[in-house]
Design a protein around this ligand. Structure first.
Ligand code: HEM
Length: 182
């Protein structure tokens, strides 16, 4: 997995907890943890980090990965502000991730393997998203979707329709603009 994802996860942990907690996690996971954005690192580092973080936080693996995705999103997005600014809202942005952002990642890093998404408009403003990846990180996608919703000021509801933790996971994503308080 590209270092940019580990960098965003590190920033999420430091923002939620502290630098010391990140260092403790690396030590507990027995990994070096010096990630450069352009480097590539074993997926097993992410598994080891999650394994170490669960007992430290008391969160289950799904909740932990979802939370990390949600809090990593702003850091990932900050590296590509123009890509985010061009999108009209969460649904439009998620289509752009698949059509523009992940393909750009591939052009820059031919060794990357971002997931593939398919989209289907459903009634009641629901966007049905099919996630495909041998990494089985649909829960990370769920967290990133929640983070994207926050970025666009939308209240996002994500439901897993099928394939939780599988190579193919189907989500229904509903995004509603949040009312602005007076
Ligand atoms: C500015 C926004 C984004 C950027 C720059 C970005 C970039 C990347 C990069 C560099 C990777 C690593 C691929 C690899 O090393 O093989 C990745 C993986 C991933 N991305 Fe994105 N991404 C963005 C937004 C999103 C969003 C909104 C979602 C959720 C729908 C998403 C879902 C994922 C998932 C789940 C992975 C993990 C790999 C996998 O499941 O196979 N990304 N992304």
């Amino acid at each position: 997995m590209k270092g940019v994802i580990f960098n965003a996860v590190e920033e999420a942990v430091v923002g939620l907890y502290s630098e010391d907690v990140w260092d403790d996690l690396l030590e507990a996971a027995e990994i070096d943890g010096h990630y450069t954005s352009l480097g590539s690192y074993p997926d097993s580092d992410l598994t080891a980090l999650v394994g170490a973080a669960c007992p430290m936080t008391g969160l289950g693996p799904d909740e932990l990965v979802r939370t990390l995705g949600q809090h990593a999103f702003p850091h990932l997005a900050d590296r590509y502000p123009e890509l985010v600014d061009e999108a009209a809202g969460t649904h439009d942005f998620l289509r752009r991730v698949n059509d523009i952002i992940h393909p750009e990642v591939l052009k820059l890093h031919p060794d990357a393997k971002p997931p593939e998404f398919e989209f289907e408009d459903r009634p009641d403003d629901v966007l049905r998203i099919t996630y495909r990846s041998s990494r089985r990180l649909g829960v990370l996608a769920e967290g990133l979707i929640l983070g994207a919703g926050q970025r666009f000021g939308e209240d996002v509801d994500v439901r897993i329709v099928s394939g939780h933790g599988e190579e193919i996971t189907v989500f229904d994503v509903r995004a509603v603009k949040m009312a602005i308080a007076d």
